[in-house]
Design a protein around this ligand. Sequence first.
Ligand SMILES: Cc1cc2nc3c(=O)[nH]c(=O)nc-3n(C[C@H](O)[C@H](O)[C@H](O)COP(=O)(O)OP(=O)(O)OC[C@H]3O[C@@H](n4cnc5c(N)ncnc54)[C@H](O)[C@@H]3O)c2cc1C
Length: 389
Amino acid sequence: MDLNFTDDERAFRAEARAALRAEVPEYIRNTVRDERPLPRGWMVEAQQALNRLGYAVPHWPAEWGGRNWSPVKRAILTEEIDRAAVPKPLAFNVALIGPVIAAFGSEAQKRRFLPAIANLDIWFCQGFSEPGAGSDLASLKTSAVRDGETYRVNGQKIWTTYAHEADWIFCLVRTDASGRKQQGITMLLLDLATPGITIRPIATIDGYHHVNEVFFDDVVVPLDNRVGEEGEGWNYAKYLLGQERTSMGNVGLSARRLERARSMAEASGLIADPAFHRRLTLAEIELKALEITQMRVVASASAPGGAVDPKVSILKIKGGELLQTAAALLLETLGPEALTAGFAAEGLDPQSALLSTYFTARKYSIFGGANEVQRNILAKAVLGLGAAA
Ligand SMILES: Cc1cc2nc3c(=O)[nH]c(=O)nc-3n(C[C@H](O)[C@H](O)[C@H](O)COP(=O)(O)OP(=O)(O)OC[C@H]3O[C@@H](n4cnc5c(N)ncnc54)[C@H](O)[C@@H]3O)c2cc1C
């Protein structure tokens, strides 16, 4: 079954499909397709190619490179990026901090950061979570105390993806602890080269280095690096989390992985196993259902920056589950070899890469808002359960 796209949308899909394959080098796309880690320089190269095509920040305001495309068109682009095995533009830059700076930053911040963020000349990471402040983010304790024309920042962030690759970090810090916990939070931009910042890797089960702890020991931050007003950080964080959500289902990525699982199973003969075949087919059906749901949510989406449709929680849960299923099916195509796959120290052999992908997929239930929390949102905002009597 094909979805009912307009002629214009179909033409755009074909144009994007061709442009992505022509402009993003094959060695980058092959590495992504093989599920191997990309060197930083290749991620930058890929994003710069997307930026040249006008594909890096289509959802931004037009004066900063936005394209005024419909949410459906943007979702088509995201799907094609994943299908072409092109690394998506760095979410911390283009989906999170970029739109916040465009909406609330000073003119100087916009000029300094927005073009560099779009082109990945500056790499941002996200310093929100802390030990004791994940799902309950407003409990964060990292403090920023005014000292003349600067803040002095002390505290710790955790699970900071790519802090070891990044140039800057956007942080929520506490500038006032006297009121409700959502008050007194401020958003700061910190240059990671500032003295007093220490980054420590966290070892994860997949063998990659993605996440870190970041410590702040009397770090001096100019007032000019504050986004918007002091004490308004919670509102900016809500705006940030309500940004580009059209790719929450990761439809293109699951499609690519399921197609690969099918072709590997055909090559190895595993496809003749009825139990495997059934699970693969079920996953493919679920993917089609997810694609339809995603397009329905996307088509009714408000403008970027508007209220988040609580139904995106369905995309987050189902999209993550499908990525986990696809990773498991891919691993199973290795048969008993999967048991002997280990993590190579330098680069990854094909077996290890699939084992890593399987373990990495565990994170989809946790980051970006844990699934239990997404279910709470659906229960309250969509099903109307648990409303005050
Ligand atoms: C791989 C990875 C990358 C990440 N990258 C970043 C990053 O770059 N920057 C950043 O700031 N953060 C990042 N995070 C942090 C992520 O946002 C948090 O892990 C997430 O919000 C959950 O918080 P927590 O780990 O403190 O778990 P907790 O909030 O302590 O949750 C523990 C368990 O309790 C459940 N739970 C919590 N509250 C409720 C509730 N109200 N109702 C029902 N169940 C509940 C959760 O679902 C979970 O199962 C990353 C996390 C991971 C795993």
